[in-house]
Write a protein that binds this ligand. Sequence first.
Ligand code: SF4
Ligand code: SF4
Length: 294
Amino acid sequence: MLSFSEFRQQAGCDLVGVPPLSCFDGLPPGEDPRSLFPDTRSVVVLGTHLRRGQFRAMEEGTLWQTPGRWLTSVDGVIRLIESLGYECVPYTPLEAPRMPRQPVRPGLCAPNAVRLSVDYAAVAAGLGDIGYHGMFMSERYGIRQMLGLLVTDLEIEPSPPRSPQNLCDRCLECVRHCPLQAISAEATTTLTCRGRPQTLGLINANACRVCPNGACGDSRYFPGADELHFDIENNQIRGDARTRYARGGLPNRLSAACGRACIAHFEATHPTGYRLPFRSREPWGFRPDQERGW
Ligand code: SF4
Ligand code: SF4
């Protein structure tokens, strides 16, 4: 078995975690990373921090640039694992066209039914917590990272758990600064991962999908996608299943008003080393139903 510290050093990413496989026991096959690869011995979560300038430009309203939330370039880690004589399967929660909707043989998950939560795996790996807004937060970068996941037949020692203190302090700035009032301040759901309770505010995913404040359609859940690619029945994508974490397929909200409120609060309460504060004026915010003022 490869020690975690040795693997982390060689992987060379900002965030590296290896959740114990027992964290996935009892999950439905579509949410269990071991469904990706029959010989799985380890699940690896990787993260790269996102440049603060991208978020500052959105905060100032000067450049519309939405940062990606999924890490797709894990080639270095794949080559490392293959150089040791093992193989691995990387996973990105993106939608491939013409994916089979039925298992290729009995007992397997249909390829289009795999809905892994990379955020869940990251919490299980001890890399951070899921905030009240439902986005993953790490101790070092808050919400500012993209995450990736791979499974491998290389046996790697699991990474240690995090300190018990939750990274989300329930300040509710994300609730207050959502112009669409999409996140409930009172109604919550609690999910437990590796012994860590994660309290998430209930969220109106339909509001997020039309949010004009920096939310980004990097999944199939953006306006227009339904008509282009999917069979719709009763306002749902036919054959789709909600998972506990995806909660109806939320778009990328990292640079949306809720995400930026969290960055401002995180930087006000954690040392970051930046000379200027993230937020220096009242944040902007629009509603899709409001009249244009100019
Ligand atoms: S803004 Fe506050 S309540 Fe919302 S996720 Fe961030 S820390 Fe938690
Ligand atoms: S994406 Fe927009 S609508 Fe959804 S919680 Fe964030 S700010 Fe509110």
